[in-house]
Ligand binder design. Structure first.
Ligand SMILES: [Zn+2]
Length: 397
């Protein structure tokens, strides 16, 4: 009865039905029952698969691994990818120094945060045998391999759980305390007003827990989420209305684009500060955004359209910025891996396969590792890039 995508399509329905606005109390009741029922079964299966999962071996190839997940980041608004305004000077400086490697062609499976999280955390991807819910979530395998796994989130903090329909349905797998305790050694408890506050939380945690031999930090930002005028302290704003003088756009649209670009520039400072926290270690940082966003570029739209993707929406909402940064010590000690990274970073990548890249970085071997989906492997082929559960991204271009 349940197909692979039942859970996801349920979430999609919720979002497509008008962002939590249900028409009548009866509709609301019907939806919540349906969702709770589906979530319960799916969640139980995922928990079973995750609890039972084991690793075959681990070399701890990279002792300190960091995964930074950005939010609502349109890569075409990053000067790292050629945007006309200088929104990413710190990242470009590190690229120039030769230790930040930009991925040219990364695509995300969904444009809804909770769907992305489930897909990225799962070791499943399109083309694999069996049900989605029979595959474990990857953080548990890092714990089993001896890594201390920490989850710092500016969107899903422990204190914010069980508040509102999004957490009950969309984020159901991270709202379950039992599963959360299985996945993470530590999870942050409160959101910060701006992302720099979350960086301070990571720094405080590091200070209190020094010299742990193997660490895996997942840092989830609020990034450029929805109302970007709230995503950065305005005294740090770089761009003004003047920067959009000859764009032919109206004042209201210009204001939205300006806040988006200022939040993108602030994010540059945030990710640079994250890199600084690990600079002295043998550490590697993977940055990827959950999905893109419409910022009045190809379409007169701000935000995301929850419809069947087209060439235009695929470009703005499903193409994502992604890079890997190595500390100087890491670069010195892992020359072969870095060479492979430099060679393969231009290949087509589907972020659904991020677990495979991370397994490679840790040197984890388990039945869920597949070198054909590992972009650092010489046998890399990649997965079919099916976006929004229905369209082959590569067939659009
Ligand atoms: Zn998102």
């Amino acid at each position: 009865m349940l197909s692979n995508n039942d859970q996801k399509s349920t979430e999609e329905l919720i979002f497509r039905a008008g962002h939590h606005t249900m028409y009548t109390p009866l509709h609301r009741l019907a939806y919540s029952w349906h969702v709770a029922h589906l979530s319960g079964i799916t969640l139980q299966r995922i928990k079973n698969a995750t609890t039972k999962a084991t690793v075959d071996s681990c070399t701890h190839l990279s002792p300190h691994i960091v995964l930074v997940i950005g939010e609502s980041y349109n890569k075409h608004h990053a000067s790292l990818y050629g945007y006309r305004l200088e929104t990413t000077p710190f990242q470009q400086q590190r690229e120039k120094e030769g230790n930040l490697f930009v991925f040219a062609d990364a695509v995300t499976p969904w444009n809804i945060t909770s769907n992305v999280f489930l897909d990225l955390f799962s070791t499943w991807s399109y083309g694999k045998d069996g049900e989605f819910s029979t595959y474990p979530l990857f953080p548990v395998l890092f714990r089993r391999a001896g890594y201390d796994v920490r989850f710092f989130s500016n969107q899903y903090p422990l204190d914010g759980l069980h508040k509102g329909p999004t957490n009950q349905a969309g984020h159901f797998f991270l709202s379950d305390m039992e599963l959360s305790d299985t996945l993470f050694d530590y999870r942050s408890s409160r959101a910060a007003r701006y992302d720099m506050g979350l960086v301070r939380q990571v720094a405080d945690y590091q200070d209190k827990h020094p010299e742990i031999p193997f660490t895996f930090d997942i840092i989830h930002l609020i990034g450029q989420h929805v109302d970007c005028s709230k995503r950065y302290p305005h005294q740090l704003g770089t761009f003004s209305q003047r920067d959009y003088a000859n764009t032919g756009k109206n004042e209201k649209d210009v204001s939205a684009i300006m806040h988006y670009d200022n939040a993108t520039r602030y994010n540059d400072m945030v990710v640079d500060s994250i890199m600084r926290l690990y600079e002295e270690e043998e550490a590697i940082v993977v940055y990827v955004a959950d999905h893109g966003d419409e910022v009045y570029d190809d379409l007169p739209v701000r935000g995301r359209l929850f419809k069947k993707p087209t060439k235009q929406t695929a470009r703005q909402e499903f193409e994502v910025p992604m890079w890997i940064w190595c500390t100087p010590r890491y670069l010195r000690l892992h020359q072969e891996l870095v060479r492979r990274l430099e060679e393969n970073r231009r290949q087509a990548f589907f972020t659904s396969d991020i677990s495979q890249l991370l397994f490679h970085l840790a040197g984890i071997r388990c039945v869920w590792y597949d070198e054909r989906r590992d972009i650092l492997s010489t046998k890399y082929e990649g997965s079919p890039r099916i976006i929004a559960g229905e369209v082959d991204y590569d067939s659009l271009f």
